[in-house]
Design a protein around this ligand. Structure first.
Ligand SMILES: Nc1nc2c(c(=O)[nH]1)N[C@H]1C(S)=C(S)[C@@H](COP(=O)(O)O)O[C@H]1N2
Ligand SMILES: [Mo]
Length: 371
């Protein structure tokens, strides 16, 4: 399922995105047909019998693997989220996006991925002393290339063949994709055909001109790999209507690329007071964590917020803090707290904090909202 937006370059019709409708979902696992999709140039049709993975570069011995070969290796499974570094980037806009929660934050999904630990294959090719980075390449028309530090490759990266028990769907990288748990989406190269071991990053398009951001200091942030802790109330959320003053369940998702979520706090008065939400067990490393809290709406206007803390102690920032830290040229890595305003009629909309100074000059206006 791919929606290609007409505003995109018509020379590249395969460039587009579809979102996970987080606001319509419960639990923590994304069904395969609802996993978000981000393609830089279409979905290749790959014959698994012909597909090969080459591992070469600073290795003792180059090796080529068929899918049949890889299917014979001992496998591991891991439940983890994948989030695009461009997810929620409409949050950088001066005006709050009024899209439904999933159609602005749904470039994030969570699956059980199964495949072969990369460390096993790297052991087989034998790394040379100067091996510091690994360049992963996809077999799509874009020939996506991304550089990954060798420590992460040896730590917990793996080559996935299955997603939620079935073979990975074409849109998500069939027959083989790289999974780099907790690190930004673009590193999870789909349709993986080559791993080149190098002594430095390749400086590909998506790690230089994209997925980087100019900071107030004038220097760009680059290689900002782990996804920082984030949470989002999925219900009630934008466009929903609370029919009458009554008891409601506030629920949402939290995740962190640095480990487990340790706490989600919820406020129903715009951040004056907070209550700790219940986290659905099991709370897993680098995975969606479902939180829930009962709330009595008294019929008066209210502002709902959720704030995640992860096991490193990192606390999800307010939008003002994030903008202060990163400046006004951000496009990626938006993880600020989202505010949902409930009006007297029970209608829910997206608002920024009142105290936010949105008068700063900015040439920024994000319409398309992905990368
Ligand atoms: N070969 C290849 N790999 C790719 C991409 C791509 O366009 N080509 N898109 C990347 C981006 S930007 C993201 S966010 C994730 C999206 O994975 P999904 O489509 O399975 O959700 O895949 C990454 N891997
Ligand atoms: Mo992405």
């Amino acid at each position: 399922m791919l929606f290609v937006f007409p505003t995109q370059n018509e020379m590249v019709p395969g460039n587009g995105v579809s979102w996970t409708p987080l606001h319509l979902m419960e639990g923590t696992i994304t069904p395969n047909g609802l996993h978000y999709e981000r393609h830089h140039n279409g979905v290749p049709q790959i014959d698994p019998k012909k597909h090969r993975l080459l591992i070469h570069g600073l290795v003792k011995q180059d090796l080529i693997f068929s899918i049949e070969d890889l299917l014979r290796y001992p496998m591991q499974s891991k439940i983890c989220f994948i989030e695009c570094g461009g997810n929620s980037n409409a949050g950088w806009n001066k005006q709050p996006s009024q899209s439904e929660a999933g159609y602005f934050n749904g470039m994030a999904s969570c699956s059980e991925w199964t495949g072969v630990p990369l460390s096993v294959l790297l052991d087989e090719v034998g790394l040379r002393k100067k091996a510091k980075w690994l360049v992963a390449e996809g077999a799509d028309a874009f020939a996506m290339q991304m550089s990954i530090p060798i420590e992460k490759a040896l730590d917990d990266a793996f080559l996935a063949l299955y997603q939620n028990g079935e073979r990975i769907r074409p849109e998500n990288g069939y027959p083989l994709r790289l999974i780099v748990p907790g690190w930004e989406g673009v590193l999870n190269v789909k349709w993986l055909r080559r791993l080149k071991i190098t002594n430095r990053p390749v400086m590909a398009r998506n790690e230089t001109s994209r997925y980087t951001e100019l900071q107030p200091s004038g220097k760009a942030r680059m290689f900002t790999f782990p996804i920082e802790a984030k949470s989002l109330i999925t219900s009630p959320s934008a466009h929903m209507v609370l029919k009458e003053p009554s008891l409601y369940q506030i629920t949402g998702l939290a995740w962190s690329g640095r480990g487990k979520i340790s706490k989600v706090e919820v406020s129903a008065d715009g951040g004056e007071t907070w209550a700790e939400a219940e986290l659905q067990e099991p709370v897993l490393d680098r995975s969606f964590t479902r939180f829930r809290l009962p709330w009595h709406w008294n019929g008066k206007p209210a502002v709902l917020k959720s704030r995640a803390t992860d096991e490193t102690g990192y606390v999800q920032p307010e939008r003002t803090e994030l903008v202060k830290q990163r400046g006004r040229h951000g496009f990626f890595h938006y993880n600020a707290i989202t505010n949902w305003h409930v009006d007297r009629d029970g209608f829910v909309s997206h608002v920024y904090d009142k105290n936010e100074n949105e008068t700063t000059d900015s040439n920024l206006s994000i319409d398309s909202g992905w990368d």
